[in-house]
Ligand binder design. Structure first.
Ligand SMILES: Nc1ncnc2c1ncn2[C@@H]1O[C@H](COP(=O)(O)OP(=O)(O)OP(=O)(O)O)[C@@H](O)[C@H]1O
Length: 322
């Protein structure tokens, strides 16, 4: 088991009070798994990513355990977690500039990553071999003129270029667990496809496990072997990707799938889920999706269902399946 999250609670202390985003959250992941986390904005996807990388903002209050590669990172000090960053866990943020140092050149930072990988893996590459590795990686990311790009500072590059630099850093570090939060949103579709293929190759060749956070169910389907659908900080459905797409069970998953534009729907209006996700300060009683659910009945408004384990890898939180 590479990742085991047990009884995790994450709240934010704000001027309006405390909002409890993750509540007794549980998840486990084997080495080599690729799990996508999908859900609307504000469902807690980034909070979960932050908890797994110990990069939550200072206003967050966290209890429970997040065991990564056999070690619980929740009680760890900054220096302990620093030893795990890079080669055990690495996060690609929505805003790629957060991952880079603004006062160091891109080349300096990528060479640092290559050195960290080299030291921790005893690969014994010399400086020249490491530089070749960096340049080859930038080229694989289709960044023109890698030698010139290495001399630049992050602010001298476009958003899409910076994102590809951060993804290159992940490719060089080859962490055991990569958390990628909307990593391809700023990229055009052909480069997006290339990035997805490179991540899949790393998964295949080095058994790198990936948690892929996205709004895009088609993208989730193309990269991951499992998909987790999140709503109001809860797992609503978790299953093999194939099953989620071809045989969705939770009304929220079904609604998300109906909202995906496809070539078959050009004639008709695109479906959208009416209403909006609830505020964590004012969660509805019962199932958190019930006010927007077309299938809701009395019980759904009164009691929250547990996440139940049904056949195989399937987990679902819905009274229709109790
Ligand atoms: N630093 C913070 N302080 C207070 N509340 C926060 C903070 N970060 C996130 N939240 C709240 O936590 C909830 C979940 O946010 P989170 O960013 O985890 O969701 P998300 O699913 O990743 O959304 P998006 O897709 O928009 O990134 C939201 O209600 C958000 O307002």
């Amino acid at each position: 088991m590479l990742l085991e999250i047990k009884n995790l609670n994450v709240s934010y202390k704000t001027v309006n009070g405390i909002s409890n985003v993750l509540n007794n959250f549980e998840l486990s992941m084997d080495t080599g798994d690729i799990i996508s986390i999908v859900g609307e904005s504000g469902s807690g996807k980034s909070t979960l990513g932050g908890a797994i990388t110990k990069l939550l903002p200072p206003s967050a209050i966290e209890t429970g355990s997040v065991i990564v590669d056999g070690k619980d990172i929740v009680p760890m000090s900054e220096s302990e977690i620093t030893n795990m960053r890079g080669t055990t866990i690495f996060m690609i943020f929505q805003n790629p500039l957060n991952s880079l140092n603004p006062v160091k050149t891109v080349g300096y930072q990528l060479m640092e990553a290559a050195r960290v990988r080299n030291d921790r893996s005893n690969e014994n590459l010399d400086e020249e071999a490491m530089e070749r590795l960096v340049i080859d990686t930038l080229r694989a990311m289709r960044l023109p003129d890698p030698e010139k790009i290495m001399k630049r500072y992050p602010h001298e590059l476009s958003g899409g270029q910076v994102q590809r630099i951060v993804i290159s850093m992940a490719l060089i570090l080859r962490p055991k667990l990569l958390i990628a939060d909307e990593p391809t949103t700023a990229l055009d579709v052909t480069i997006q496809a290339q990035v997805i293929n490179l991540l899949k190759e790393l998964n295949r060749d080095y058994k790198m496990s990936i948690i892929f956070i996205t709004h895009d169910l088609s993208l989730a389907y193309s990269i991951s072997n499992r998909i987790m659908v999140m709503y109001a900080g809860r797992i609503m459905e978790l299953n093999d990707s194939e099953e989620i797409i071809k045989n969705p069970k939770h009304p929220y998953t079904i609604a998300l799938l109906l909202s995906v534009p496809t070539k078959y729907k050009t004639e008709t209006k695109l479906y959208y889920i009416s209403g909006s996700p609830p505020s964590f300060f004012n969660l509805p009683a019962g199932c958190k999706f019930n006010p927007r659910c077309e299938k809701a009945f009395d019980k759904c408004r009164e009691m929250e269902p547990d996440l139940i384990v049904s056949k195989g890898n399937s987990r679902i939180r819905c009274w229709l399946y109790e």
